[in-house]
Design a protein around this ligand. Structure first.
Ligand code: ATP
Length: 354
């Protein structure tokens, strides 16, 4: 089994009274495509922001283990060193290209640090004395290599803003790859893509995985992309992990089906019937159990609670209905069954019941 490239241990991130991530632990294995999924507001982007240095976590440890054996605690590194030393690159939910620059220029900007270093940070260096000329030629070669990989070489001299949406997404990934990452974090790369663009994206990600040794951590709502290309899926709800495994086992996990896979409330019974989990269906039909929910003083992390969040001088009341977390209701039922010694535990239910 490949060693972990990224270890997230007991990660918590609080915004005032709101616990966006609570005691989250998971690993991404080297060479794998790991998907982080969950409904809106589950905390996926917050996890990315903690990994890539945009947020300093409230608690927890994030360890990046490089191929050369060095390890970095990302929560302690300044943001720019996370790319330069720990070799973590990311893309964002909203495309952030330099739209007036050409595709080639966008990929050269990504190599700016390397080029400045080669110039010795001097004017003489920039005009070609020393290693700058060679570094510049190498940067252009690398940019062309990734434009080829992303199937964009024919548009190298066009402004990035002229590209169709799906091509802009691929260009962003190519730009991130020009920084030489060992871990590539992609925030919803398939958002807004049509099926053809989605197919091209999958091909690019599989190519990166198979030929560069770069591991990929991916936030994605498009389940067809997740199921097609991921080796490993981690599922979040209200900042907590509720499932972790290969795509097939996660897909048939009743907690995930009930809470995440884009299933509307009225469709849940239908989907659970398909995977044959009658007990979960009963549970979802029942009223939430008010005696077993977390106390009202608990944070939003727990899902079915009411909490108060203070924002500067104002106080904003945030209410989350009891029973909002379907996964939690299932967990509570399982715990009660275990305590009562009832057989037919959740593992028996996985993998469908045909
Ligand atoms: N800077 C911030 N300040 C306050 N609250 C925040 C901040 N960033 C995120 N949150 C809150 O943290 C929770 C998790 O948000 P996050 O964006 O990580 O979720 P997500 O799973 O990425 O959602 P989506 O799928 O919609 O992108 C949300 O309740 C969000 O409002």
């Amino acid at each position: 089994m490949p060693d972990p490239i990224l270890k997230v241990e007991h990660l918590s991130m609080k915004f005032g009274g709101l616990v966006a991530i609570g005691d989250l632990s998971f690993e991404a294995r080297r060479g794998d495509i790991t998907a982080l999924i969950g409904p809106n507001g589950a905390g996926k982007t917050t996890v990315f922001n903690c990994i890539t240095g945009f947020y300093k976590p409230t608690e927890g440890m994030i360890t990046m283990a490089r191929r050369d054996g060095s390890a970095y605690l990302l929560e302690r590194l300044p943001g720019h060193e996370i790319t330069a030393r720990a070799r973590v690159a990311r893309t964002f939910q909203n495309i952030r290209l330099f739209s007036g620059m050409t595709l080639l220029e966008n990929l050269l900007v990504a190599q700016h640090n390397k080029l400045m270093k080669a110039s010795g940070y001097t004017i003489l260096g920039l005009v070609g004395i020393g290693g700058y000329r060679r570094a510049s030629a190498e940067a252009i070669d690398l940019a062309k290599f990734w434009l080829e990989k992303a199937d964009l070489i024919d548009r190298a001299d066009d402004p990035a803003g002229d590209l169709p949406y799906g091509a802009q997404r691929r260009l962003e990934i190519a730009r991130a790859m020009c920084t030489g990452p060992e871990l590539l974090c992609l925030d919803e790369p398939a958002a807004g893509l049509n099926p053809r663009e989605s197919h091209a994206l999958n091909a690019l990600l599989n190519d990166i995985k198979d030929h560069t040794g770069t591991s990929i951590l991916l936030i994605e709502h498009d389940m067809s992309v997740v199921m097609e290309i991921s080796d490993h899926v981690v599922v979040l709800e209200y900042g907590r992990k509720i499932s972790d495994g290969d795509p097939t086992s996660v897909k048939s996990d009743p907690k995930v089906i009930a809470a995440y896979l884009g299933v509307e409330d009225e469709e849940i019974v239908e989907v659970l019937t398909e995977v044959g989990d009658d007990r979960v269906i009963e549970e979802l039909d029942a009223e939430p159990d008010r005696d077993h929910g977390p106390p009202d003083s608990a944070s939003m992390l727990a899902g079915p609670v009411t909490d108060t969040i203070a924002h500067s001088d104002d106080e904003e009341r945030v209410s989350v209905m009891r029973g909002a977390s379907k996964a939690e209701r299932i967990e509570e039922r399982e715990a009660r069954d275990r305590a009562a010694g009832i057989s037919g535990q959740p593992d028996d239910k996985r993998g469908g019941g045909e």
